[in-house]
Design a protein around this ligand. Structure first.
Ligand code: DCP
Ligand code: CA
Ligand code: CA
Length: 376
């Protein structure tokens, strides 16, 4: 649907990017660190400070701390400052990300997640192609993410992915930038070429030798010469990009292989009722996600992390795909009973998972084929 729209009509595309994402997750988890410089680190483990900065909050950025620099350098920049250094906790950020992506998905005609903290939303239909409406929708989305998930994001709204992305980066954090079709070229012209997707440090240098620093200069640069330097494909791409032209559709990525939830119990236990109480709650969450994404499942698994941190699992596969919540819970109960019967360990964390996923529409198609055409 959105693919056709990309060729036939003017589109409205948003890019939603979460602000200083990993560090903001840490602030949400522990609000007392808010206001201090927060640096999230990937420790390599060789020496105490070896490794790199994954990201930093905006307070730390004022001291020159940013993604990619060595931890030791970040520490020296923050010498004598009450700063917080934390190790990355990818699993936690992934959980936060999943929940936010579900909120965003609900606002899109078409949705495309790009990595852990950003997504494109095609909102052409629901805004009837009206920029003002799209701007209001973006404000609503920001409000929703903030109230439901306590995180700020920056949103760019434009006629395509290229412009939306640059617009989202334009004002950060907590920004909202609308670029209407008639403003595209004047918006892009003063920006450095580096802001265009696909222009890395090398290309930037090369363009600089041609006297091209800004996107506006690139737009005016002879396209044939550009092709002469970068080849047909890339040269044409740079030329179009500099004019803000981009026909890439917002496209849903392939379906996830599984959907799972795991949680830590108040205390280690072998009590089936206590385990199921938590496991059923997780089933409801997994199920809600399946429904939102219109997925059916064929396999169910349970996971147990024992008190000694050993990991155990059991699974079951149905003959046919199903979207039944009761069957899901029945299978989970069966598997936990089986597990407790076979193993002597007490559970510290419990999880549930569905896999072998497929689209609900495909299930219906298969059934229709099997039973003949549906009556109208
Ligand atoms: N990330 C990383 N190493 C990098 C860049 C990013 O580990 N070199 C991780 C940490 C970030 C997350 O990816 O939180 C998202 O990257 P972004 O580039 O979107 O940066 P942030 O969200 O941290 O900051 P901004 O507010 O600029 O978007
Ligand atoms: Ca971000
Ligand atoms: Ca990002």
């Amino acid at each position: 649907m959105c693919e056709v729209a990309s060729i036939l009509q003017d589109r409205i595309v948003m890019l939603v990017d979460l602000d200083y994402f990993f560090a903001q997750c840490e602030e949400r988890r522990n609000p007392s660190i808010k206001g201090k410089p927060v640096v999230v680190c990937v420790y390599s483990g060789r020496t105490e400070d070896s490794g790199a900065v994954s990201t930093a909050n905006y307070v730390a950025r004022r001291y020159g701390v940013k993604s990619g620099i060595p931890i030791s350098l970040a520490k020296s920049k923050l010498k004598d400052v009450d700063a917080v250094f934390l190790p990355v906790d990818k699993q936690f950020y992934r959980e936060v990300s999943d929940e936010i992506m579900e909120i965003l998905r609900g606002y899109a005609d078409c949705f495309e997640q790009m990595g852990i903290d950003e997504a494109y939303l095609d909102v052409t239909q629901r805004t009837k192609g009206n920029c003002r409406e799209a701007e209001e929708l973006a404000a609503t989305i920001k409000g929703d993410v903030l109230t439901q998930q306590k995180l700020t994001c920056s949103i760019g709204v434009g006629p395509n992915k290229l412009v939306a992305k640059i617009a989202a980066d334009f004002q950060k954090p907590d920004g909202l930038t609308l670029v209407e079709p008639k403003e595209v070229q004047s918006f892009l012209a003063p920006l450095p070429v580096r802001r265009l997707v696909g222009v890395g440090r090398k290309t930037e240098k090369r363009l600089e030798t041609l006297g091209v620093i800004t996107v506006g200069q690139l737009a005016r640069f002879d396209v044939q010469k550009l092709i002469g330097v970068f080849g047909r494909k890339l040269g044409a791409y740079f030329h179009n990009a500099s004019l803000g032209v981009d026909d890439e559709p917002v496209q849903e990525r392939s379906e996830p292989e599984s959907v799972s939830r795991i949680s830590t119990l108040k205390e280690d236990t072998r009590d089936l009722a206590v385990i199921l109480d938590e496991a059923y709650r997780l089933c409801d969450e997994v199920y809600a996600k399946l429904m939102r994404r219109r997925l059916v499942y064929r396999s169910v698994s349970i996971h147990v992390v024992a008190g000694d941190l050993s990991v155990h699992s059991r699974s079951k596969t149905f003959e046919n795909p199903t979207s039944d919540l009761k069957a899901f819970k029945r299978a989970v109960k069966e598997l936990y009973e089986k597990f407790l019967g076979e193993s002597g360990v007490a559970a510290r964390r419990v999880g549930v998972k569905v896999s072998n996923l497929s689209r609900k529409e495909e299930l219906q198609k298969q059934l229709t084929n099997f039973f003949g055409f549906p009556k109208h």
